[in-house]
Design a protein around this ligand. Structure first.
Ligand code: GLA
Length: 420
């Protein structure tokens, strides 16, 4: 048999595919060794939807108070969120009293959290959930509450004593880059010393970028996830800018992600006001491709059945939580259509096609399967399932086939290619 024919034999192609995957599976960098976030963290975080609303007189239902978190905990348990994987209920900025207590410890605002954080943690744990809290590496939080600078040990111990399970550590009000870097490291070590399992969510690279390129290998050794880019807003403009930043920096950040440490493109804003249905599909699909923490910021008391179904979509969550833990990347952009792909366990691949053209109607895009997964995604053949915007089995394909897909403006088609 001629060499060319031998190279096209299915078993040779399969072996090649396996080899590519083995080579690819070597971890990029050592992770923070706390055994947590082996898959991206899933939960709820108050910031984008509720911000720093401290006026419980005027707005008792949407101010930052223990009542808000207890209501969300109740719903996360009763409405299928916990079972879908959303386990961390996280407090953001503005929970604190303006001053530390007489022993130098942070304390919750007594009016809005009359029973204190420990009692809230007990309640959240009784629902089978975990509690996240927020603090800042600098002199003040971004909203002006007490910062942790000079108090890293006592704050870590306070959070552990209260039964907190995750710390979001912001980076406002730092005097220098050294302060920022040392602060993030020292808090990581302080959390470890408490002996409690506390997921450590950082914003270190976001605050480093204005000074110099962050050392991602180092950040991964201290943090379970890290924000790289600006805060998400409830708008398509914001989602687009996060995707654009991620694809243009993918050579720097994608290889660093893996079990124990993830790039964090910020909260899911699905179920709010600013995104159309197709744009919500795009956020869900791309956050799955990016192996992003899935932290919803929405009002679980008022959410449409459609947004709820999207956020609880088991197939898409399975891609996000894939145990191989490889972050996906943008493969190409052609004529305003972006193709993203992510390697999954069992030699499967997730592929997302985004239509970024904001004029006209749905557009067709044809991809050759041989161009996916370094040529290995559908070798010698595969079964393709469309997961979003609606699930449908597309069937059996050979690696030489083309696939023609219709994508709505600002929408995404998410596919799963499974090895046969
Ligand atoms: C920064 C963070 C946000 C949020 C606010 C709170 O902007 O990036 O995610 O925590 O601070 O003040």
């Amino acid at each position: 048999m001629k060499l060319k024919n031998q190279l096209l034999q299915p078993c040779f192609l399969l072996a090649l595919r396996f080899l590519a995957l083995v080579l690819w599976s070597f971890p990029g960098a050592r992770a923070l060794d706390n055994g947590l976030a082996m898959t991206p963290t899933m939960g709820w975080l108050h910031w984008e939807r509720f911000m720093c609303n401290v006026d419980c007189q005027e707005e008792p239902d949407s101010c930052i108070s223990e009542k808000l978190f207890m209501q969300m905990a109740e719903l996360m348990d009763s409405e299928g969120w916990k079972d879908a994987g959303y386990k961390y209920l996280c407090i953001d900025d503005c929970w604190m009293a303006p001053k530390r207590d007489s022993k130098g410890r942070l304390q919750a605002d007594p009016k809005r959290f009359p029973n204190g954080i420990q009692s809230l943690a007990n309640y959240v744990h009784s629902k089978g959930l975990k509690l996240g809290i927020y603090a800042d590496v600098g002199n003040k939080t971004c909203a002006g509450f007490p910062g942790s600078f000079g108090h890293y040990d006592i704050d870590a111990k306070t959070f552990a004593d209260w039964g907190v399970d995750l710390l979001k550590f912001d980076g406002c009000y730092c005097d220098s880059v050294e302060h920022l870097e040392n602060g993030y490291k020292r808090m990581s070590l302080a959390l470890n010393r408490t002996g409690r399992s506390i997921v450590y969510s950082c914003e270190w690279p976001l605050y480093m970028w204005p000074f110099r390129e962050p050392n991602y290998r180092e950040i991964r050794q201290y943090c379970n996830h890290w924000r790289n880019f600006q805060d998400v807003y409830d708008s398509w403009q914001s989602i687009k800018s996060i995707l654009a930043w991620t694809s243009s920096n993918q050579k720097r950040i994608v290889h660093v992600a893996g079990p124990g440490g993830w790039n964090d493109p910020d909260m899911l804003v699905i179920g709010n006001f600013g995104l159309s249905w197709d744009q919500q599909v795009t956020q869900m699909a791309l956050w799955a491709i990016m192996a992003a923490p899935l932290l919803m910021s929405n009002d679980l008391r008022q959410i449409s059945p459609q947004a709820k179904a999207l956020l609880q979509n088991k197939d898409v969550i399975a891609i996000n939580q894939d145990p191989l833990g490889k972050q996906g990347y943008r493969l190409r952009k052609e004529d305003n259509i972006e193709v993203w792909e992510r390697p999954l366990t069992d030699l499967a691949w997730a592929v997302a096609m985004v239509n970024l053209q904001e004029i006209g109607g749905p557009r067709f895009h044809t991809i050759s399967l041989a161009s996916l997964g370094q040529g290995m995604a559908c070798v010698p053949d595969c079964t393709i399932t469309q997961l979003l915007p609606v699930k449908s089995k597309l069937g059996f394909y050979e690696w030489t086939s083309d696939l023609k897909i219709k994508i709505n403006p600002t929408g995404t088609v998410l596919l799963r290619l499974a090895a046969n």
